[in-house]
Structures are given as C-alpha cells and as structure tokens.
Design a protein around this ligand. Structure first.
Ligand code: SF4
Ligand code: SF4
Length: 421
C-alpha cells in the first residue's frame, strides 16, 4: 500500500469516482458507477473514500474495526471508480482497494467470516462452494468426454463447473459441433484464485496460481479459453503480473467471434428475442493487462505527484466489448438493444469482490438496479458472458418475480446451431 501513498495523496475528494463521466450520462437514474456509494451513501464507501482510508491506515490514524471492515468489504471490487477517476485524474482507486484488502488480511483483521468459510473449502476441495472435488466434472456430457493432448485448454472454472453447468455444457457442445480440438484439465483443474485475490488473500491465491501454472505447463498448454470473466482476468492480468506467465488467454466470446468470422461456426436457426448485453467487469474494464513500471513519483505541486517515466494506465477502454456483441449480432432473428451504462462504464452485477457470500442482500440489491436498467430497454432477456453475473442476475430476477429471462451467450449460440443444453 505504501507504493501508492503519493498517488493516494493526490485525491481531491471530487467524487467523480461515484458516477459515470458526465459526458456519458444519459439519465440521472442510471448515472451511478459505484454500487457501494449508491447503497450506503457515505463517502467512505466510494473509491475515493477508500483512498482516504488507505492514507489514514498508512499514517496510523485508524485501525481495523468491525465497522471499518464493513466499509472495506461492502464493495464489489468492480473497478467502476477506477475508470471514472482516470477520466479526469490518474489515481488508481481499484489498486488501493486491492492493497487495502491485502493489508487487512495480512494484519489478521480480514477477510470477513463468510469469506473464511469458502477459503477453507478452496484449501480442502479446490473450489469455494464446499463441493467435493471429484464432482467437478459432473456437468460433462457423456458423448463429449474428457479430451487431452492439445495446446488449447478449456479452463471451466469453479462457478461454471458447480453452479452454472449449462454454460460448460453449451460451450463444449459448440466446440464439439465445430470440430475444435481442446484439452480439459478435469480433476487437475483447481480454482483460478480469483475469489482469494479479490478479498485480499493474495498469498493463498499465489500458491493456488503456481500449482495451476505447473499443471498447465506440464500438459503443454499454450492457449487458455475461459467461460468465466473472473478466470479470464486472472489468467490475462494477475498470472502474468505476479507469475510472469505468457499463455495466450481468450474468453469464449472472443473465440466464438473469431470462429464466426472464419466460417468455423454457422448460426442458422432463428432466435427471435430482443436482448440486452451486460458487460461483466472482469471481462471488460478490469481485463487490461498490467504493464510493469519502475520509476519515481515526482512532485508537481502540493500533494500532486506524477510517475516518471510515465506509467501505462489501465483505463478500461481495451476490455472485451465487441466480441460478445458481434456474436449476438450474428444470431439470426435476435435483436440487440443497449443499456445506458455499457462497456467500461457498465454497472456491476453486484456479485464480485466477495460481496455475494458476505453481503447477499447488497449483491441482490445491485443486481436489481441492473435489471431495472435492462427493463428500461424493453428487452425480453439479459445476456452475459460470466457464470458469476449469471448466478446473481438470475437470483435477483427470481427474487423480484421479474418476467425477464437470462441467458449466457453460449446458450443462445448453441440454440442458433440447432443444439440444446
Ligand atoms: S479517487 Fe479520484 S475521482 Fe474519486 S474523489 Fe479521489 S480524485 Fe476524485
Ligand atoms: S470497486 Fe466498485 S463498488 Fe468498490 S468503490 Fe469502486 S466503484 Fe464502488
């Protein structure tokens, strides 16, 4: 956290990190970017607020209390604040949140008790859901079977394997129909480490990540395909950042997009549906790789410092935004309508950063806001590309008794190929 001290001191408490940039705002109702400040309405809950907490912690002015932990963890680590701040300044509120949580865990204060439960399950079962490891492949269709010996690995992920099996089934059926050659790790696949790193358990995450890298390398894997936005940003951003890996990492939406363009996939059946697309945070604004930087923070004026040489700043503009939209546009009969907050300014589904397990009411409340935004487009269904978003948005649709449907992109692609999950 001390690496960010000078950067943090430049926070001018302008509150821009609470909203999408004014130029992008289409209505007051959907102008917030931060579920945490929108729900709890005290500055401490915002990205800027956590920057102030970080500074106070470094100066020894505050200590961890239950109230403070509640502020630090009632945040989906969605990165909305980060992108909005960088529209005007170049502070990194998401990095501060990540360092603050890591500091919190390493000081013995965090994470939340609910997080500790699934951390034990990761240790024991290699997944956070308390499910037996041997059931990791219970979704696997008999006619597909385990495949190995290829340089491309389909990394299924815990949520897809145990909670959103329809995504794994649709994905492998599409690959099979298209004649794609791919390896699956099967019982060798462990959690990617995303839940751990997001709550600040970085050391545990690194141990898990190292073991995944060993396995992937021993199988000769060069390219990793993921269903989950969380796994994607881990392999795309965190693995190279901490372990210097150089796997090619693609999300199924990118793969399907390129297969469509190359004629390897034919979508012929009409899917008459008006849909809107929800950008998962970890596939979008926080999927940009880190560029290592070494230099000095040089004082410009008062508390304002700039990095010399300049840093490559992650602004969220290079996330995966077009591929899923291209695939949707390639489905005959389907109409895509956009919500007000999209791409790097998309509003979070509410599940990430350990919120779904520790604060389920907040997770559902946030998903409810996103569903309201989807309803305003008059879409019949929300489509997304992440099993975590899928679970939370489906839960909120059910809880609210909405008529809206939810589909993963792969389910609609398979439908259009004439297949069924
Ligand atoms: S983090 Fe950035 S946007 Fe938020 S209050 Fe501080 S300077 Fe303003
Ligand atoms: S990461 Fe998301 S929820 Fe957390 S403070 Fe930033 S915008 Fe708010």
């Amino acid at each position: 956290m001390s690496d960010y001290e000078k950067l943090m001191s430049g926070c001018i408490r302008c509150s821009n990190c609470k909203f999408i940039p004014a130029l992008q705002v289409k209505s007051q109702k959907f102008s917030s970017i931060c579920p945490s400040i929108e729900r709890y309405n005290f500055h401490a809950y915002s990205g800027g607020g956590k920057t102030i907490i970080g500074q106070a912690m470094l100066k020894g002015r505050i200590e961890y209390t239950d109230e403070l932990l509640n502020v630090i963890y009632r945040c989906t680590a969605c990165g909305g604040c980060d992108v909005s701040c960088k529209f005007f300044f170049e502070l990194e509120p998401l990095e501060v949140i990540s360092e603050l949580r890591t500091h919190c865990v390493e000081s013995g204060a965090g994470p939340m008790p609910q997080h500790k439960k699934w951390m034990e399950s990761i240790e024991l079962n290699h997944n956070p859901y308390g499910e037996p490891h041997e059931k990791r492949l219970s979704w696997l269709p008999k006619n597909i079977g385990l495949k190995e010996g290829f340089e491309t690995a389909y990394f299924v992920g815990c949520t897809t394997s145990y909670r959103r099996k329809e995504i794994a089934q649709a994905t492998t059926k599409i690959f099979d129909k298209a004649g794609m050659k791919f390896t699956m790790l099967g019982s060798e696949e462990y959690c990617c480490g995303s839940p751990l790193i997001r709550v600040g358990a970085r050391k545990d995450a690194l141990n898990l990540m190292r073991s995944n890298v060993e396995k992937l390398k021993s199988l000769g894997i060069k390219r990793i395909v993921t269903s989950c936005a969380g796994c994607y940003s881990m392999f795309k951003v965190e693995y190279p950042r901490y372990l210097k890996t150089d796997f090619e990492v693609i999300h199924t939406s990118e793969l399907l997009d390129s297969m469509l363009r190359n004629g390897e996939l034919e979508l012929t059946k009409e899917v008459p549906l008006r849909v809107t697309y929800h950008d998962p945070c970890h596939l979008g604004r926080i999927s940009e790789p880190y560029t290592p930087w070494q230099g000095q923070m040089v004082k410009v004026v008062s508390r304002v410092y700039i990095p010399v040489p300049p840093k490559v700043i992650r602004r969220g503009t290079n996330g995966v935004y077009e591929s899923p939209r291209n695939v949707l546009k390639g489905i005959p009969g389907l109409e895509l309508v956009e919500m007000e907050r999209i791409k790097e300014y998309a509003y979070c589904c509410g599940a990430g950063g350990g919120v779904k397990s520790a604060f389920p009411d907040f997770a559902l409340w946030t998903a409810g806001n996103r569903i309201e935004e989807a309803k305003a487009t008059e879409a019949e269904a929300i489509v997304s590309c992440c099993p975590f978003c899928s679970t939370n948005l489906r839960d909120a649709i059910k809880e609210r008794g909405e008529r809206m449907e939810f589909y993963d992109l792969t389910e609609l692609v398979l439908k259009s190929m004439g297949g069924r999950v």
